[in-house]
Design a protein around this ligand. Structure first.
Ligand code: FES
Length: 120
């Protein structure tokens, strides 16, 4: 069972359990389930409102996960959080190239992670 810690400058940190191996639960779905106020809009990976920064709790490597999906690549490119070179390398390494993710697109893995989200 993975521990997901949500952290924001304006809210108390909250750590919740994620169901390991569900392969369907997004960061945003988990946040909503636990009343964590991550902003969101489309919930389809188009608007970029749910931008979060994700890091592995062991601090030794980037979080697990496969390449970003097409919508995440487009949104993160538009927001200036990923470069063409990083995208190209992502398809070689088969891992996410950046800590910036869309909460509505990133699937929770069996890994303890820190999710930092902006607050208004
Ligand atoms: Fe629109 Fe996630 S809510 S991209």
């Amino acid at each position: 069972m993975a521990l997901i810690t949500f952290s924001s400058p304006l809210h108390k940190d909250k750590t919740v359990y994620a169901v390991a191996g569900s392969h369907t639960q997004t960061i945003l779905a988990l946040a909503k389930e636990h009343h964590i106020p991550i902003d969101f809009g489309c919930q389809e990976g188009n608007c970029g409102t749910c931008l979060v920064k994700v890091s592995s709790m062991d601090g030794k490597r980037a979080p697990m996960g496969g390449p970003l999906n097409v919508r995440e690549v487009a949104a993160l490119t538009e927001l200036g959080h990923i470069t063409k070179a990083e995208i190209d390398q992502m398809y070689v390494d088969d891992i996410p190239p950046t800590q910036w993710r869309l909460a509505c697109q990133m699937i929770v893995r069996d890994e303890d992670i820190l999710v930092e989200y902006p607050s208004k």
